[in-house]
Design a binder for this molecule. Structure first.
Ligand SMILES: [Zn+2]
Ligand SMILES: [Zn+2]
Length: 187
């Protein structure tokens, strides 16, 4: 088996993910690591079948369940998110950046689902880029609504569809209409 080679930047993110899993009692196998690396390196969300294609070699043809199991593991450990509307996966931004407020130790060490609940995404229809935002006030609002309804929230993925700043700027000469497309969609 010849695992894909990753850049030093990706490798250090993978090492961080590895340490995180170990602390959570999980085991980052070679295959899980490779799949996470491919998701980290992708510029846009990747689907399970794209991943399957990427890890296929002449002497290695992993079966779809192998990929799904690896994805489940990565989701469970908060390393990636699933974009429902695209049926595709993106790395958790908390893993990508050391920015203050995005401390992975803070986010992932305590109550697991606190982090999963906050998954909010801005999806650009034009370039397919996905930006993860973590706005705790949105979560607080949702929690309040659920409490009023006696609804037990187990997860909430908010996916906002529209145009990113770059694509909106490109679309602007055609008129202001482009901005109006950026409306939140229930999911
Ligand atoms: Zn995240
Ligand atoms: Zn865009």
């Amino acid at each position: 088996m010849t695992p894909t080679e990753f850049s030093p930047a990706t490798t250090s993110q993978l090492d961080r993910a590895d340490a995180l899993c170990t602390r959570q009692g999980g085991r980052m196998t070679q295959q899980r690591r490779e799949i996470l690396g491919l998701i980290l390196d992708a510029k846009t969300p990747v689907g399970a079948y794209d991943l399957l294609e990427k890890i296929k070699t002449p002497d290695r043809r992993p079966a779809p369940p192998t990929v799904y199991r690896a994805l489940d593991f990565l989701l469970e450990h908060g390393l990636i998110h699933r974009i429902e509307r695209l049926s595709a996966f993106v790395p958790c931004t908390h893993l990508l950046h050391d920015a203050p407020g995005h401390d992975p130790d803070h986010c992932h060490d305590h109550d697991h689902d606190t982090c999963l609940h906050t998954a909010q995404f801005l999806i650009c229809k034009s370039c397919k880029s996905v930006t993860e935002i973590a706005d705790s006030s949105l979560l607080t609002t949702l929690r309040g609504i659920c409490r009023e309804q006696d609804f037990v929230m187990q997860g909430a993925s908010i996916e906002v569809v529209g145009l990113c700043a770059d694509c909106a700027a490109k679309a602007r000469p055609a008129g202001k209409a482009a901005r109006k497309q950026a409306a939140p969609s229930p999911s």
